[in-house]
Design a protein around this ligand. Structure first.
Ligand code: 5AD
Ligand code: SF4
Length: 460
């Protein structure tokens, strides 16, 4: 890992300014996971640093950037659809620059497809080119032709990046980049490269900046936060990092994602139990309830080991809730194996599940596996899983009725005059209150529960 600081490239910024008659506007849209959303915030930061204003409508933009996700085929096709729709815009305004970046563009085939079939796309760069964006733009403008970078891997960790955060009270804080796990279905290790942890002093520095800027909720991000620290000169693991952050003064709370069950430790659970600042919610993606499928997925844990950790967390952390990712229809998943997943969710009692139908990703090991299960069978299984989950979540949410909880007020709910607040355990409650409360803490009594949405009243 090579740590570098972001540097403002004056020459490139001057070249960009010279290209426009008035200050240019940029529209940036990020797809996919929180890591990507955080990258999008950095892209916006770098663009503002380079003299761009930001706009919410792509019709107003001089530069449109799509920061893409590659985790499932559906996400990719949506991007191609949305990019295709920009063709008209470019015909009307030939000065418009259209750029595509992020996980999709780390794949050779995608860059080729953009090159051949999307001639109105001007700029393509990968996940690790954000700090060099002004230079890329200047280069594109100077050359007057398309600049489509072929995917490369880069091991640098870039610190001190300018950032335009989407929220003033909830922040993403990456602690590591990349993934070394090579789960057999997953494209992420191929597109985001090898695991690199940030130094704890850099994380602490950003954390302190966030607290002093008034941020209340800080979510630590990594593809597998539990392998934090590997390869660093200092000797610390994820639980040690949490411990360090909890020594900081201030009124804040910490969430984190994602935890890989193979690396989640009892020490981590003990740390969650020890500090009230760490939310009592654990996102621990199990993916499947079948040991055979888990082995084929290259997950390196068994259902028994997973349940052992869940039981330990239930014992140690008062009121802890769990959420998980589950893949339905992994190649060769039998009816019995699917039923084992149903059994597992009953044992754990997740508050929330993120369920995905298996999507074949070229270049991964699972893409080579025979997949005889029909689409219909997979969607049937998905329906059964969702129904079972709804009952579990409803039951758990009902158990919250009558409790008084401290929530972080997040915003307006769909119902007029009503706000939403997030509980420590990640449930959301709706209640009537003054919008001036958005971004601060409030005490709410839970009065009703519908599936996972709670209703309550503000305690004055
Ligand atoms: N197909 C379906 N779901 C996938 N995920 C990752 N790769 C795939 C794939 N090829 C899901 C996993 C992971 C989540 C972020 O996305 O459940 O935890
Ligand atoms: Fe993909 Fe597995 Fe890495 Fe998660 S841990 S990003 S599922 S390879």
């Amino acid at each position: 890992m090579n740590r570098v600081d972001f540097t403002h490239n004056t020459e490139a910024v001057n070249a960009i300014a010279a290209h426009y008659d008035s200050p240019p506007m940029a529209f940036v849209h990020s797809y996919g996971c929180q890591q990507n959303v955080n990258d999008g915030e950095k892209i916006k930061g770098v663009l503002v640093d380079a003299g761009y204003g930001l706009c919410d409508k792509f019709e107003d933009a001089d530069l449109i950037l799509f920061n893409t996700c590659a985790v499932r085929e559906h996400a990719e096709e949506r991007v191609f659809g949305n990019v295709g729709a920009l063709k008209q815009l470019k015909a009307k305004n030939p000065n418009l620059i259209i750029g595509i970046c992020g996980c999709m563009t780390q794949q050779e085939g995608v860059v080729e497809r953009l090159r051949k079939s999307y001639p109105f796309v001007d700029l393509v760069f990968g996940v690790n080119g954000i700090d060099t964006l002004p230079q890329l733009l200047a280069e594109k403008m100077g050359a007057g032709k398309r600049l489509l970078k072929t995917p490369t891997e880069r091991y640098d960790v870039v610190e001190q990046m300018p950032i335009q955060r989407d929220s003033t009270f909830r922040a993403w804080l990456p602690i590591m980049y990349g993934c070394d796990n090579f789960c057999s279905y997953c494209i992420v290790p191929y597109v985001r490269g090898r695991e690199r942890s940030r130094k704890s002093e850099d994380i602490l520095h950003e954390f302190r900046q966030l607290i002093s800027a008034g941020y209340k909720e800080i979510t630590l991000l990594g593809q597998n936060v539990n392998s934090y620290g590997k390869g660093l000169e200092e000797s610390l693991d994820f639980a040690d990092l949490l411990e360090k952050l909890c020594q900081e003064e201030g009124d804040f709370h910490i969430r984190f994602m994602t935890s890989h069950p193979k690396d989640a430790t009892k020490k981590l659970i003990d740390t969650i139990a020890k500090y009230p600042q760490i939310c009592n919610h654990l996102h621990l993606p199990v993916q499947s309830g079948s040991n055979r499928v888990l082995k084929e997925m290259n997950r390196h844990y068994t259902v028994e080991q997973y349940l052992d950790l869940i039981d330990y967390a239930k014992q140690k952390v008062d009121g802890i809730t769990f959420s998980s990712d589950i893949i339905i229809g992994f190649p060769g998943e039998t009816e019995e194996e699917f039923e084992q997943t149903l059994e597992l969710i009953q044992k754990v009692e997740y508050m929330q599940l993120f369920t995905f139908i298996y999507s074949k990703r070229n270049g991964t090991r699972a893409a080579e596996m025979p997949d005889p299960i029909t689409r219909k069978e997979k969607t049937d299984r998905m329906g059964r899983l969702l129904k079972a989950q709804e009952e579990i979540a409803s039951r758990l949410a009902k158990g919250m009725v009558g409790k008084t909880c401290r929530v972080l007020v997040e915003g307006h709910s769909r119902q007029e005059g009503t706000l939403t607040g997030r509980l420590n355990n990640n449930l959301v409650v709706e209640f009537k209150a003054d919008p001036a409360l958005i971004g601060s803490y409030a005490d709410v009594i839970i009065e009703d529960a519908r599936v996972t949405m709670l209703k309550g009243s503000l305690i004055k």
